[in-house]
Ligand binder design. Sequence first.
Ligand SMILES: *Cc1c(COP(=O)(O)O)cnc(C)c1O
Length: 441
Amino acid sequence: MTANTDWLQRSLTAVWHPCTQMKHHPALPLVPVARAEGVWLEDFEGKRYLDGISSWWVNLFGHGNPRINAAITDQLSKLEHVMLAGFTHQPAIELAERLSAKTGGALGHAFFASDGASATEIALKMSFHAWQNSGQTQKQEFVCLQGSYHGETVGALSVTDIALFRDAYAPLIRNEHVHLAPSPDARFAQPGESAEDVANRAADALEQLFVARAGKIAALIIEPLVQCATGMAMHHPRYLQRARALCDQYQVHLICDEIAVGFGRTGTFFAHEQAGIRPDVLCLSKGITGGYLPLSVVLCSDTIYQAFWDDDVRRGFLHSHSYTGNPLACRAALATLDIFDKEGTLENNRRLSNVITKALQPLASHPAVRHFRHTGMIWAMDIDTAQADFSRRYFAAAMERGILVRPIGNTVYLMPPYVLSESDAEWLAGQMLSALHATLA
Ligand SMILES: *Cc1c(COP(=O)(O)O)cnc(C)c1O
């Protein structure tokens, strides 16, 4: 069985696809992928698609990356898995130390889990419990931003402000203890206002909330620089500086959710570096294994870690996942860090990013495009159209042209693997423009 159609039919019945109304298939092009290499996905009939969104933002260094393949294969011959309670292993230790070093040693303790939503759950529980252990038992509330996305488990949804993901489950979500602060999204600029002005305005509102409630607030959770899932909302780093200062002043933990924006995506290794700050808690996942294996890590400060140091088991951090610290995933992550350290990724990305920005200019100046924006290796633009099904139609037009670009609502964005060649980048930009013409025609 090699034809696309055979696999398609079986997948539609047996596999329940994520974030999908199954009834929309097979009108939607569900694509059976037979193999992948570099930035290219290939189906069973040999048709190729350029992976313009890094397979949901996880794939940094291409599919079938030789370094990561070799690391996993080597680990496979030594130790595939062992429980991390009562046991330890070299890949987990090395990864914890190397990630901590990337924070300048500020966040020296790593808690492992398997996906992003779990990292959010861990960060919230950790902050709450640290305050409980420190005698600040009234600190039980959280602040998240308008348009925030921190995952789709019930706890993570309590700090997620995306109606589509939340409304259907509203009765299950406990969020009377969650405050929504205005987003510093630069698109909210009034005439004459700069992105920095919007950031300051949003920070002023945050301060008012802290003045009123800080005694009860455990943590502020934010996606630094780019709120991705809401539609690539970008803000000025000034907001992060103000948020850090306010959290210090009012004794609130700052949780940076860098699940999507970490690992070089915004141009620096971590996004928060661009504000010259450090959070108290840092959530990492997605690109951490180069898109190979599920893994997340929550890094925290020594102050938080020390709040759990006690003879009483109940004052320890009560959280665990079966695959915590899986050695294969940790080795994939170590190989990913090796690539950053040995191949000058951040510097190469600065060059590549200029090429991509230039290639996207014809798209940026298209009459239907609003708010063309760019941070590091993320580009986005809003399309002014009344088509209710724009997103699906654009996706289909893009697939016909051999590119995987999947808009969020009316926002078309590009988040490619870092191994995109300059000529492929130029071709991709041309196909994106052609797909826009076709969709709007
Ligand atoms: C994707 C994402 C998550 C959730 O990660 P999953 O692995 O999908 O659970 C959380 N926060 C942000 C910012 C994300 O982009």
